[in-house]
Design a protein around this ligand. Structure first.
Ligand code: 5AD
Ligand code: SF4
Length: 438
């Protein structure tokens, strides 16, 4: 290790799991004496923690890599690529004039200090094998202290939805033990954290051999000082009554379920191998709403999957109309190498048609989101204050239990980030509620 510790700049792309993994990587590197900087210009090492879920995420990483070329030539920057693209980039690393010095896949972050040390001495290296066991449960993420934190409770995915690259980039499902997660939540509570979000590619498939996901949720919700527990992302196939009861019945478990649908058409659901039908999904929505009428539902949709016709696409729009989600993330289908869909089906919906379908659904959903938010006017909701409003320092910004951003004037001087307060809603837009503390 040189006298002055090398400075690392990490850029994170993609999902919350990647944000969390960046916190793990920071912790691993800190323990090996590295320090951190907030721009590539002042760094000795730049790490890109990458996402491979859709082509635009992929292209973004290539764009950023290209932008580092000059810095690498100028001052011999070490460049590392972490995360989901590491597998795909193996060939690139071996090319002589590649910009990349180090590749580390999602299960190989413990190898980073050694890989970076070798790279500083001019030797490129990679660690991309996936593990059946690695959960990093003994590593405390290097978090920015705040009101809310993530805890990864399981990693990987065994579902193999035909469109999805995650089972290949992140490997098999494995869960941490409940005790380890609870201890992490206790430590977070002791540092002032009020909200914990349990993370997993398939979070409700969690099982540690003794406990299931409902046990885990309830155990974390019982940690003193933790006011709110959330979870993402669940799969509709794993919603036993016990889990619904936990969500509906525990005051500190947020009344929000993100329930990825993907498509409202049965033939396409089957091609995607989502393991449920439209009717089964709708029955689950009914069951959730009956158990917990105040629940906020959100979803993910893919438009333009292989062979989807206009009529089949209309089934998705129709389902959005029927369910009235509070929010939907709508993506166009993006073929990913090696997935089952890439091997079995033709990506035959023209790009223009995919884009038009996305635009149509986004517009349609905006109308529903606005209607849902306007319905909140006059109601009083509980908000966890996160910080000052973006537009004005005279306002607080926080979220409802349903995860809706809420902004209100700072009239009550006793409030601070981390406070829970009641807010009466007086106005709303598609994305934001406005109100006053009561
Ligand atoms: N193309 C488009 N969207 C995808 N997603 C996953 N894989 C793809 C793909 N190949 C979306 C799904 C998933 C969300 C995290 O990303 O909707 O729920
Ligand atoms: Fe991908 Fe399906 Fe696993 Fe979610 S459940 S990560 S969409 S394979």
């Amino acid at each position: 290790m040189p006298l002055r510790p090398p400075a690392v700049f990490i850029e994170t792309f993609g999902c919350q799991m990647n944000e969390y993994d960046t916190e793990l990587v920071r912790s691993i590197l800190k323990d090996s004496g590295y320090r951190f900087t907030d721009s590539a210009d002042t760094a000795d090492v730049v790490l890109l923690n990458t996402c491979a879920i859709r082509e635009n995420a992929h292209n973004k990483v290539y764009g950023h890599l290209g932008a580092l070329k000059a810095l690498k030539e100028d001052k011999g920057l070490v460049i590392g690529v972490l995360g989901c693209m590491a597998q795909n980039l193996k060939k690139d690393l071996l090319e002589e004039n590649s910009l990349i010095d180090v590749l580390a896949g999602p299960d190989s972050y413990r190898a980073l200090p050694e890989l970076l040390e070798k790279a500083a001495a001019g030797r490129k290296g990679m660690a991309v094998d996936l593990s059946e066991y690695e959960t990093y449960t003994d590593i405390t993420p290097d978090r920015i202290e705040g009101v809310a934190a993530w805890i990864a409770v399981m990693r990987g995915c065994d579902n193999f939805c035909t469109f999805c690259v995650v089972p290949y980039t992140r490997g098999r499902e494995r869960s941490r033990e409940l005790d380890g997660v609870v201890r992490e939540a206790e430590a977070l509570a002791a540092s002032g954290c009020k909200q914990v979000t349990l993370l997993g590619q398939n979070v409700n498939s969690y099982r540690d051999g003794t406990h299931d996901f409902a046990d885990l949720l309830l155990a974390v919700a019982e940690v003193r000082g933790i006011e709110r527990v959330r979870f993402i992302s669940p799969h509709p196939k794993d919603f036993p009554e016990k889990l619904l009861e936990a969500v509906a019945g525990h005051p500190r478990i947020c009344k929000h379920i993100h329930l990825p649908l993907q498509t409202g058409n049965d033939r396409i659901l089957q091609l995607m191998d989502r393991t449920y039908t439209r009717a089964e999904y709708l029955a689950l929505v009914d069951q959730i709403r009956t158990r917990c009428p105040e629940i906020i539902l959100t979803t993910d949709i893919i438009a333009g999957f292989c062979s989807e016709t206009d009529k089949e696409f209309a089934d998705t729009e129709d389902l959005l109309r029927e369910v009235e989600y509070h929010l939907a993330y709508i993506f166009q289908y993006s073929e990913r190498k090696n997935t089952i869909a890439a091997r079995k089906y033709a990506d035959d919906v023209p790009a223009g048609v995919k884009a038009a379908r996305v635009t149509k659904l986004v517009e349609f959903q905006r109308g529903i989101s606005l209607k849902k938010n306007l319905e909140m006017i006059g109601k009083t909701v509980e908000v966890l204050v996160e910080g000052e409003g973006k537009r004005s320092r005279d306002q607080w910004m926080g979220r409802t239990g349903g995860n809706i951003v809420t902004v209100f004037p700072k009239t009550d001087t006793s409030l601070k980030p981390g406070s829970l307060t009641s807010v009466r809603i007086t106005d709303a837009t598609v994305t934001t509620l406005y109100g006053e503390a009561v």
